[in-house]
Design a protein around this ligand. Structure first.
Ligand SMILES: Cc1cc2nc3c(=O)[nH]c(=O)nc-3n(C[C@H](O)[C@H](O)[C@H](O)COP(=O)(O)OP(=O)(O)OC[C@H]3O[C@@H](n4cnc5c(N)ncnc54)[C@H](O)[C@@H]3O)c2cc1C
Length: 437
């Protein structure tokens, strides 16, 4: 901030000195492609680009030391994996041919093709890829941050430290109401809030505490899952497991000192209070403020406004978005990023080489709905919510094989193929397995 003031305040009484100070501190960078965010989407697309671009032509702007494989957080919450299993150092996953600037973006200016870092460095680009993911807004629910920080009966799998805490919360559970929530906003992995509910039910069962537990899943959504084929299967699961589901019910406040949660019925707008012995809360989410505040880049909801077929910005042809911060109406998952990456890469390459690409993203996303220890329904679908199942078997069933895939196979695929730019989703596998069907 200080540097910005020094640069722009022309009324500065010591103008010469101000400029010399700021010039010493301010760094300027130039690149062909600037990728903002080195998470799943940013790292994957940078890996693809650096396969054919020269060293340092791609810059990745990313402040974090660690790169998390977030799908494992759900399993950490159930004590099946540890947080240590879920990350690697950022240095070890970013492609070596890309230049990593370990800072956060502070301002986007798509009219001048620049991004300014929070401490004032200016990066000029030919092509920009926005891959900042979503910001977790725990503070939007009064009482929730306090509850997570200071009380030992509230957990949340969306941050690693709270994911680990979730398992401790389960271990400390004695009896009473166990409440699980789904917020009133787009979320990453819309299946995760209910997966942890099913896993928790199994944990309680294994501890001999299921009899004294009343389990409730309160979701803001009007459905249990967006795709009917899997929703039907999930209604069977909750019936069989005696889990009460309240639709259109949103968590609006937590009173941790009284062990009470306040909910709003989104249909009637009525509020009611539930006592709990344990609470698992999922925060509202939005793209980071630095993205939502750049009005030229985003739609009304604050997501980067892109064409859903090629993920290219609707106004700035040299701007792309990948992953959770994009306005494309797919389910926000790693699986979606895998299918988006070759499309974004092809269109960037076409842009830089004055060529054209017809490659299009069909909205593919998948959600391994873990329904307990050793059980998983592998949901796969596209923009139209039409199932796109990879295996020539009915995937709307709880299967051990899909659980093993989620727990053991997918992390290996993620670290070794996807982040190295060599995995475009299961399209090819699906075609091979269905040959002749
Ligand atoms: C609990 C949980 C369970 C999940 N389960 C599944 C699952 O089973 N299957 C599945 O497919 N997906 C799952 N996901 C979703 C998946 O992790 C995300 O969809 C995926 O990581 C999105 O990738 P992304 O690149 O958009 O965002 P991220 O991977 O979150 O990366 C965003 C990056 O941007 C960086 N960043 C943020 N702000 C700035 C800034 N100002 N400047 C520079 N960099 C910035 C961040 O540090 C981060 O590294 C799950 C997620 C969670 C949290």
């Amino acid at each position: 901030m200080l540097r910005k003031v020094l640069l722009h305040k022309s009324g500065c009484p010591q103008l010469k000195r101000c400029f010399s100070v700021s010039n010493n501190l301010l760094e300027k960078h130039n690149c062909k492609v600037l990728v903002v965010g080195g998470g799943t989407g940013g790292c994957t697309v940078a890996a693809k680009l650096t396969k054919w671009m020269k060293k340092d032509e791609v810059i990745v702007l990313e402040p974090a030391d660690k790169h998390y494989y977030q799908p494992l957080f759900t399993l950490c919450g159930g004590g099946i994996k540890t947080v240590q299993d879920s990350y690697k150092s950022m240095q070890s996953v970013l492609p070596p041919k890309a230049k990593w600037i370990k800072k956060a973006a502070g301002k986007f200016d798509p009219d001048s093709n620049t991004v300014t870092t929070v401490d004032g460095d200016i990066i000029t680009y030919d092509v920009l890829v926005v891959a900042t993911g979503l910001q977790l807004r725990y503070e939007k629910i009064p009482g929730l941050v306090d509850a997570l920080e200071k009380f030992n009966n509230v957990g949340s799998i969306y941050l690693p430290q709270y994911a680990e805490k979730t398992f401790k919360v389960l271990q400390g559970f004695k009896d009473g109401d166990a409440i699980f929530t789904y917020p009133q906003s787009p979320v990453k992995c819309p299946g995760a809030p209910q997966k942890i509910c099913y896993i928790s039910e199994d944990v309680l069962k294994s501890m001999g505490k299921r009899g004294g537990a009343k389990i409730t899943y309160n979701t803001s959504l009007p459905v249990i899952f967006g795709v009917k084929r899997y929703a039907d299967a999930l209604w069977e699961v909750v019936k069989k497991r005696d889990i009460k589901v309240n639709l259109q019910t949103s968590l609006v406040e937590v009173k941790p000192d009284k062990n009470e949660a306040v909910f709003e019925n989104l249909e009637t707008k009525e509020r009611f209070t539930s006592g709990y012995s344990m609470l698992h809360a999922v925060p509202p989410m939005s793209p980071p403020d630095v993205v939502t505040s750049c009005k030229q880049l985003v739609n009304e909801a604050g997501f980067v406004d892109v064409n859903k077929d090629n993920l290219q910005h609707v106004k700035y042809p040299n701007v792309f978005a990948i992953g959770d911060c994009s306005s494309s109406p797919n389910s926000k998952t790693t699986a979606a990023v895998a299918a988006q990456a070759p499309v974004v890469h092809a269109h960037i390459k076409a842009f830089l080489t004055n060529d054209k690409s017809s490659l299009a993203y069909n909205g593919y996303a998948s959600c391994p709905l873990v329904t307990g220890y050793r059980k998983c329904i592998l949901a796969e679908f596209d923009y139209d919510l039409t199932p796109q199942e990879t295996f020539p078997i009915a995937q709307n069933r709880e299967l051990w094989s899909m659980y093993v895939m989620k727990k053991d196979f997918m992390p290996v695929l993620y670290w070794n193929l996807m982040l190295k730019g060599n995995w475009n989703g299961p399209q090819i596998v699906r075609k091979m397995l269905r040959l002749g069907f």
